[in-house]
Design a protein around this ligand. Structure first.
Ligand code: H79
Length: 594
């Protein structure tokens, strides 16, 4: 006979089992496209987020035994014993940490969400976990940084998200335990590890309010499997059904390009340190994460900062391809975000203040490529708005939108409060917008076109401009060979890595007015070199003088050619047999010779 105690025990057990069973939905298999679209809505509208890599690796700040290039991978790269690494926690005391200030900075920059490391690969938890001492509890800091961020984000209407590493160099049960883990004993047991990781995720998903994204990483090592990925995805979604999970929960990610190949798990692709050359069409969600200097975690010696202009243009570039930009800061062990980052975010914020309408809630560009910049789009009822993001301002006051066949109802500069009309006209080249002679914003000026109905765009390739000039930019070239690659930032790309003299670059373009043309190139080189330009059986050997910096380009006259009328005139650039030394090429301009 069961006593009352036994009955209560049974009840308790049933309740527990019941809770586990009732809350388990297989979200991986069962979600309609409509449900998914609704869940992903805020993310697709946000476009801009702040990444924060913060952990005890900020104590050595990237420097150890004379080497200065470490970051959040410190433990693995120095092969420091775990017991020695653990001592950094004793010096991690972020007394200057101010969650409200961080959130204010992100918000003023125009960011809509924050992804912070709840745990990186070193296994250290940035929150007060009850499941291990290897967390903020091991530091002199008596607070919970994630609790404070959660409160500040909630107050400011910013979505809080957690980066959580699957790989764990500290936990004894992670399947590929490191030789330098002197704290671990016995044999690693992945099931035990997963139970621990789920336990921490439960703390994070039940104690910090609604979490926008769980951003997994470190999924590529062998012990992690597709099946474990599906299970973890479902586990997280069951704790917070509305949360978004990145694709690194599964095994589908292919290289740093970050998109899934083969069978994937998770809600969106994660290019890392790169922006895809094009978008992936509607329904494919992605976010490029990127550092502001060369490290994710704080590195006191890294002064290699991207300019604010580059950061803004990267954001625009992502938006124009239908993706998000997740931009990183690495705070110090005192709890301070580096001044260089704060300054840049302030400049980005000034730009966003005037131009956010052209970023939030926009769709990808209808143009495959634009020589002067990027485009984003919004459709509302019968009206289509095109936001032209002009990086390279036209010197002749005429902005040509190639292939655009519809006349806008209105055209104006977004930053102009009075929205004064700009004159437009349809030409053979596309729509011509008359713009001021000098760029109103040197970072990127937004020209707004309001169009009625369907926008008609004829896909046009490169063609001769009204003044007879033919511009062949790096990002329009077809590159052939083993080494040659497009490099550089949006709007200022160049052809580089041209170390194999067998490699070549090719352009096709339309010539309406034939004649003699002077070829000018923008080139950078370290040694005297020469390139051979071939077009219609003509060969021109152009000399390249050193600029002594791969990023410093100089205009060079390369020779003259005759061009016939043609829809598809082809021009190729080759290395020369004897005189070739690697060059970087940012563009060629063919100018009618007088
Ligand atoms: O948290 C930051 C970095 O510490 C972390 N991700 C960002 C957001 C990072 N971990 N590893 N890396 C960056 C570079 C690792 C690249 C590789 Fe691989 C891992 C090369 C081979 C295995 C990724 C997975 C690329 C191919 C497979």
């Amino acid at each position: 006979m069961k006593g009352i105690k036994g009955f209560l025990l049974t009840l308790g057990l049933l309740a527990q089992l019941g809770a586990a069973a009732e809350s388990h939905t297989d979200y991986f298999k069962n979600e309609t496209p409509e449900q998914r679209a609704k869940r992903m809505e805020w993310f697709n509208e946000a476009r801009f987020g702040l990444f924060i890599h913060w952990g005890v690796y900020a104590v050595p700040a990237g420097e150890w035994q004379g080497k200065t290039n470490y970051g959040e991978w410190f433990m693995e790269e120095t092969k420091m014993s775990v017991s020695q690494y653990e001592k950094f926690a004793g010096q991690f005391n972020p007394v200057k940490f101010d969650a409200k200030e961080w959130v204010r900075m992100a918000r003023n920059a125009g960011m809509k969400y924050i992804v912070i490391t709840s745990k990186h690969h070193d296994g250290f938890g940035m929150f007060r976990s009850s499941l291990t001492d290897w967390c903020i509890k091991a530091t002199p800091f008596p607070r919970d940084p994630l609790k404070e961020l959660a409160a500040a984000c909630k107050a400011a209407g910013i979505k809080l998200c957690f980066y959580h590493s699957i790989m764990d160099w500290h936990h004894p049960d992670w399947g590929t335990r490191r030789a330098w883990n002197d704290r671990a004993t016995g044999t690693p047991d992945m099931d035990r590890y997963v139970a621990f990781m789920k336990g921490q995720l439960k703390e994070l998903l039940t104690g910090y309010g609604p979490i926008g994204i769980v951003w997994f990483d470190g999924e590529w090592e062998k012990p992690w499997t597709h099946e474990r990925g599906v299970d973890l995805y479902n586990y997280v979604r069951n704790l917070q059904p509305k949360t978004i999970v990145n694709n690194r929960v599964g095994k589908g990610r292919s290289g740093m390009g970050g998109m899934d190949k083969g069978e994937g798990v998770g809600d969106y692709g994660t290019p890392e340190q790169e922006i895809p050359a094009t978008g992936f069409g509607p329904g494919v969600t992605w976010e490029s994460c990127m550092t502001m200097n060369g490290h994710w975690g704080y590195n006191k010696n890294d002064h290699n900062w991207k300019s604010a202009a580059t950061l803004v243009r990267n954001l625009i570039d992502c938006a124009s391809k239908g993706g998000n930009y997740l931009l990183n800061v690495g705070p110090t062990s005192e709890g301070l975000i580096p001044d260089a980052s704060i300054e840049r975010l302030a400049t980005v914020g000034q730009w966003m203040k005037a131009n956010h309408e052209a970023i939030y809630e926009t769709a990808a560009s209808p143009f495959p490529k634009l020589a002067w910049g990027r485009c984003t789009k919004k459709v509302s009822g019968k009206e289509t708005t095109l936001y032209l993001h002009v990086f390279n301002w036209p010197t002749d006051g005429k902005l040509i939108v190639p292939g655009l066949k519809s006349s806008p109802r209105r055209a104006y500069l977004l930053a102009d409060r009075r929205h004064q009309a700009l004159t437009t006209s349809l030409t053979a080249d596309g729509l011509c917008v008359a713009v001021p002679g000098v760029a109103p914003d040197s970072i990127s000026t937004t020209v707004v076109l309001k169009l009625r109905g369907d926008v008609q765009i004829e896909q046009v390739g490169l063609r001769q401009a009204a003044d007879g000039k033919i511009t062949l930019p790096a990002n329009e070239a077809k590159l052939r060979g083993s080494d040659i690659q497009l490099e550089g930032h949006a709007g200022e790309e160049n052809i580089g890595y041209w170390t194999n003299p067998e490699d070549s670059a090719e352009w096709q373009f339309k010539v309406m007015r034939p004649g003699k043309f002077e070829i000018r190139g923008r080139l950078a080189a370290f040694e005297p070199s020469a390139i051979e330009i071939r077009v219609n059986q003509q060969r021109v050997l152009g000399k390249v003088t050193p600029t002594n910096d791969w990023r410093k380009f100089e205009d060079t006259a390369l020779g003259t050619i005759e061009l016939p009328v043609g829809d598809k005139v082809m021009l190729t650039v080759h290395a020369t047999r004897e005189q070739w030394r690697p060059v970087n090429l940012s563009r060629l301009v063919l100018q009618p010779a007088s």
